[in-house]
Design a protein around this ligand. Structure first.
Ligand code: FES
Length: 104
């Protein structure tokens, strides 16, 4: 398991997100309330970036065709043509935020 440093916890405001590169992957780190989530950065429907996605109640909505994903599980909740997304563990150590991922 590898880990990538995202930044400081206060760098993101509630509802904001940040795309980070993790090996060959791009992972979107989302802050909602006091929680951080990490999900594949590109929509499983037709590959749009989720960077501009709408974050709400523990979900993210892709702005292109409206697929909605659960940020906790990656499960697709709306737009059944999309597939479930991969999510990643987020660790907060002091003020520093890290995402863990498998490079394979
Ligand atoms: S590309 Fe995201 S819903 Fe279609």
């Amino acid at each position: 398991m590898e880990r990538i440093h995202v930044g400081k916890s206060q760098d993101l405001r509630d509802g904001e997100s940040k795309m980070v590169r993790a090996g060959k992957k791009e992972i979107l780190v989302v802050k909602q309330g006091d929680r951080f989530y990490a999900i594949d950065g590109w929509c499983s429907h037709m590959g749009a970036s989720l960077e501009q996605g709408q974050v709400r109640d523990g979900t993210i909505r892709c702005r292109v065709h409206g697929a909605v994903f659960d940020l906790d599980t990656g499960k697709v909740l709306q737009n059944l043509q999309a597939k479930d997304m991969r999510v990643y563990p987020v660790k907060v150590e002091g003020e520093e935020v890290f995402v863990e991922y498998s490079p394979l």
